[in-house]
Design a protein around this ligand. Sequence first.
Ligand code: KG4
Ligand code: ZN
Length: 338
Amino acid sequence: MSGSIILGIESSCDDTSAAIISGNKILSNVAANQEIHNEYGGVVPELASRAHQQNIIPVVEKAFSKANIQQNDICAIGFTRGPGLLGSLLVGTSFAKSLAMSLDVPLIEVNHLQAHILAHFIDDANPTSPTFPFLCLTVSGGHTMIVLVKDYFGMEIIGKTIDDAAGEAFDKIGKIFDLDYPAGPIIDKLAKEGNPDAFQFNKPRMENYDYSFSGIKTSVLYFIQKEVRKNPDFIKENLNDLCASVQKSIIEILMNKLEKASVDLNIKDVAIAGGVSANSALRKAMENNQEKLGWNIFIPKFEYTTDNAAMIAMVAKLKYERGEFTDIRTTATAKYDL
Ligand code: KG4
Ligand code: ZN
C-alpha cells in the first residue's frame, strides 16, 4: 500500500461516517444515515447524538474491513471538529481522540465546510481537479456561500446567506407541501415531472454576492394558504408543478450570484459542493454555463456531496503532509470559521 493511510470521521449533523484514504484515493467511505429524524421534519439534536453513539463503532469497523486495512496500518486520524451540532460533534471528536491515543497516531482536526470544498481533490471526485483560484458555491442544509478558493487552506467567503440556507429552504418549503424530511431530494425528484414555469415566487434583491431564502419560503407559504382555502386539494393536484417552480426559483437565485462573481472576478473554474450540489437542476445549470460562459465546472460525485467522511479524510491527508496536527486536549466547536 503506497502513501499515507488515514482514517476520517464525520459526525457533525445526522450522518455518522468513516472513511479510509490512501494518498488521494478513497479505499472505503461508510455512512449510517439517521432515519429517526424523518418523522420530526428536521434533525433533533438529542436524538442525533444518541444515534451517533450507537453507529460510530460499527461504521468505523466497516470502513476498516471494506478497505481491507488493519487499525495499525493507519498513520493519522482526521475528524470533524466543527461547525455543526455540538452533541453530534462531541461523539466523533471523543471517539477520534480515544482511538488516536490508543493507536498512538496523530490527531488532525478538520473544518467541515473546508472539507465539502476540498472533496474536489479526491482522486475520483472529478475527471480533473480545479485549479486555484476557483469559485465554490457551497450549499447545504446549514450553509450557503460563495467561496473564493485561493489555495487549499486559503479560502475567502465573498457572499453568504443572511437567513436560511438553500437546503433549509428546500426542506422548509417541502414541509409546507407535507413532504418528508429532508425534502430537497424529494422536490428534485417530483420536479422532474413538473412545469418549472407554472408558478412564480418572489425573488430577493440582495446586495453584492449575498443570498436570502426566507422571502421565497414566506412567499410559497402565503400562496399555498391562499390556494388551499379555495381548493383543499391544491397541493396534491399541483405537486409536481409546485416542486419544479420552487426548484427553478432557488436555483436561479443561487446561479445569478455565482455568475456575477465569476464575471466580476474573471474566474472560470467554478465548483459546487455540499448536499444541495446533488440537485439535478443545479447540476444542469452548471453544465449550461460551460458553453454559455466558458466555465470549467467541477461537480463532485454524488457520494461526496452530502455529508461523508471521505472529504474529512481528504483534508486530513492534506494537513498530514503539512505536519498540521491537533493537540489531544482539543474540543469540538459548533461554530468554526473557514
Ligand atoms: O451537506 P448536507 O448533507 O448536510 C449539511 O451539512 O447540511 O446537506 C443536506 C441538505 C438538506 O437540506 C437536503 O434537503 C439537501 O442538502 N439536498 C438536496 C438534494 N439532496 C440533498 N437539495 C436539493 N436537491 C437535492 N437533490
Ligand atoms: Zn455538510
